[in-house]
Each structure stands twice: as structure tokens, then as C-alpha cells.
Ligand binder design. Sequence first.
Ligand code: FE2
Length: 200
Amino acid sequence: MKVIEPKNYNFSNVKFFSPMQLGEHYILYTRYIDCLNKVREDLNSDTTYAICNSNYSDIRSAIKSKTFCYDSIKLHELYFENLTGNNTRIQGRIQSLIDEIFGSYENFIEKFKCIALSMRGWVLFCYDWYHDEYYIYGQDSHDEGVMLYAEPLIVLDVYEHAYMIDYGINRGNYIDAFISNLDFRIINKRLSNLNFWKTE
Ligand SMILES: [Fe+2]
């Protein structure tokens, strides 16, 4: 069975975040990977399927944990990937897309920030394959409120662990710091991949 390994990220150009904040967050991400590897192992064992019960059973716990840990890993990787401190000036296709949908980048940020202050887990700007539309949405946890068919373009972690060391309970300042480190080359790359699949 394939073992999932954590990815490496270069945070050396990320501004307004301490190495401790980023380091602790990264360690947390690796714990989700440990969890997923354990769950995958358990799902390969017949004993996990001994009792099939929706109140309490090993298989129920394993299935619930698989979604929780796997979504957390995917979301954290998307978050770390777009938090680099490089290419921070909005440009290219993402700029014209945001202008087209929100009128201006400032309007987009205002709405994105409002949603980020209103959710407990994650905020995403995404493309929805189902109705061919773009929107910002939020999740209260890794596995709660996940939108089917939503392809992430910008991903922000708003769990307290993402900012508490540097910002205490001041989430607004953390969101501003995140936005100032957004890598628009990465976001444009996600958009290009999307356009590739859309035209296939
Ligand atoms: Fe996180």
C-alpha cells in the first residue's frame, strides 16, 4: 500500500508570519498525514469490518477519519502552496476574472475577508464544475460544508491554529497578512489547469 508523504514548502519569503507559527502549522499538517496512513492501513484489514454499525464501530470511525484527515491534507497543501510571499501583485487571468465577477480586486477582498471572518475552518475561491460558475465559499471544518464539484483556486485556513501564535485572536490582521503573501503565479497556474480540462 502506498504511504502518503508530506510535501515540502519554502516559507523563506513569507512576510508577517513567524517561523514558529508556520513551523507549528506544518507539524500539524504532518499529523494529518500520519492519521491518514493509519486509517488506510486499518481499511485494508478485515477486522475493521467485523462490526457494521452506525452508532459505534471501527469501520465508522475509520471512514469518518479518512474524510476528515484527507480533506485536511488537501486543503493544507493548497493553502501552503498559495502562501509563498512571491508574485504577490495580482495579474494575468485571475485579475481579469476577479474584475469581471466582483467589479474590482478591492471588492473581491472585502467579500473574501467578510466570509473569512464568518467561518470556522476554511475559505475558498473556487470554480464550480456543476454550474460553470466562480464563487467564494467557506467550511466550518475539514469535512463539514465541503462543496461538491468546487475546484479550489485560492485557499485560506481560518482555524485558530493558523494564526494564534502570531496574531492572538486578531483574525482580521492574519487575513490581511495572508492576502499580502498570496502567490498569483500559483493561482494563475491553477486557473490554467482548469481551462485545460474545461476545453478537453
Ligand atoms: Fe491548518
